[in-house]
Design a protein around this ligand. Structure first.
Ligand SMILES: Nc1ncnc2c1ncn2[C@@H]1O[C@H](COP(=O)(O)OP(=O)(O)OP(=O)(O)O)[C@@H](O)[C@H]1O
Ligand SMILES: [Mg+2]
Length: 414
């Protein structure tokens, strides 16, 4: 069996991918920065990698240097597949797999899978339904482009390259636009690798409707959409995710609309091998708009939800496709699963989390910030202090059980 090179195992999909690869009998080589490994990895993940995988330290802020080093390592170690568990590194994976002649995505289009300015251009060129978008580096340019495009408030302001809903705001007038613009322009580096980011601010028309996510599996150019699932976000100026339920309760026609748009988005961005995670909104008139696509697994433990609900293991699929193997796409279950995030009422120091429900539908729960740890004010996905995973026969049952499980949660912050 050839080895799998995994760029950045931090974040919640890294462990799923390592486990899936080991389960397939594949040797795993994890590439990360030494400081990131020491400071950001959990002790349990550090131990798992030390015991069961090889470790290569590199510097992702120098893309050319990392590319050269990792190509050399790959040739020396007999690497047969490369994946990333960190969205910012997906363009590097495309270049590396192209250099090595391994299954991967089109390197000339891969930047569009992480950069929302380039993504919007690709969607427009390929007729993918998406919000109308402009991108500006100065406020003056922003006002001029918004007017030229005929866009009106409300508008969505977001960084060209970030994630976790960081810096995403819905704005209703010039003053709010100016403030949101300044927030985005104040953070133009990526944590924790220090990868330089595009300084453009993306401004989009606000799309109403209901939001869903869906993964598309690409294997040797063949695109197969999986099941759309609910993505619950907060209302208001800041949009943070507070949960997901797999699968979404939708009629067949709506499922098809979402699946077709997800496949079109993947095609427009040159996704030919791997898994693409797409977020879209379904409008009351039955049409859809693609909000974004990442050439990566879904975060937020959706891998675990999809396994519980459908018996589909997206991490295993990701590894299989990277190695040029046929992916296991057949569902073996027909249930539902969900996750809800625990978010503090305000920023500060976490004192305690209590009152999580323990009905039969609660599969597991986890508090991810230790008592005494600093927590952020609600607003983006970094404010979470934990989560609850639920399962039941149907999505409405999961949603009901989820509401019950978090109804009496108290999060004390000082
Ligand atoms: N044009 C839009 N119209 C309506 N809502 C939007 C639009 N763009 C973004 N949103 C809302 O804001 C959320 C975050 O935006 P987006 O996905 O572009 O940023 P992100 O940082 O990549 O987020 P994440 O990593 O959390 O998915 C979306 O999931 C959606 O709810
Ligand atoms: Mg998003």
């Amino acid at each position: 069996m050839p080895a799998l090179l995994l760029l950045e195992a931090m974040g919640n999909t890294g462990e799923y991918v390592i486990d899936a690869a080991l389960d397939l009998g594949v040797e795993v080589i994890v590439a990360t920065h030494e400081d990131v490994f020491e400071e950001w990895y959990s002790p349990s993940l550090q131990a798992k990698i030390r015991d069961h995988a090889k470790l290569v330290f590199t510097d992702f802020s120098d893309a050319e240097g990392a590319l050269r080093q990792l190509a050399e390592v790959s040739r020396a170690e007999g690497v047969g597949g490369v994946v990333a568990c960190w969205e910012f590194l997906t363009p590097l994976v495309a270049r590396l797999t192209a250099d090595l002649g391994l299954p991967g995505n089109d390197p000339s289009r891969a930047l569009g899978c992480r950069n929302k300015r380039i993504m919007a251009r690709a969607f427009a060129e390929h007729g993918v339904p998406a919000p109308r978008t402009v991108a500006a580096r100065t406020l003056e340019e922003a006002y001029a482009l918004v007017e030229k495009a005929g866009l009106g408030y409300p508008l969505v302001v977001k960084p060209a390259e970030q994630s976790g809903s960081w810096g995403v705001s819905v704005v209703r007038d010039d003053e709010e636009l100016e403030a949101a613009f300044a927030v985005v322009r104040s953070h133009l580096f990526q944590m924790p690798h220090g990868i330089p980011l595009d300084a453009h601010v993306v401004i989009q028309e606000y799309v109403g409707g209901v939001e869903y996510s869906i993964e598309t599996v690409a294997a040797a150019g063949r695109l197969t959409p999986l099941f759309p699932y609910d993505k619950f976000t907060t209302d208001g100026a800041k949009r943070a995710e507070f949960g997901h339920t797999v699968p979404a309760e939708l009629d067949e026609a709506s499922v098809r609309v979402l699946q077709e748009a997800a496949v079109a988005a993947a095609r427009a961005l040159g996704v030919t091998n791997g898994v693409a995670h797409t977020e879209l909104k379904l409008l009351p008139d039955g049409t859809t708009r693609v909000i974004e696509l990442g050439a990566r697994l879904p975060g937020d433990h959706v891998v675990a939800l999809m396994r519980r609900a459908k018996g589909i293991d997206e991490a295993r699929i990701y590894v299989q496709v990277a190695l040029g193997l046929a992916p296991d796409l057949t569902p073996t279950a027909d249930r539902a699963a969900g996750i809800r995030f625990l978010v503090p009422p305000r920023g500060g120091v976490l004192r305690s989390v209590s009152g999580i429900g323990d009905s039969a539908a609660v599969a597991r729960s986890s508090i991810t910030v230790p008592p005494g740890g600093r927590v952020r004010a609600p607003g983006d996905n970094d404010a979470r202090v934990g989560y609850v995973i639920l399962h039941a026969d149907t999505a409405p049952e999961v949603n009901r059980a989820a509401a019950e499980a978090i109804a009496d949660v108290t999060i004390e912050v000082e």
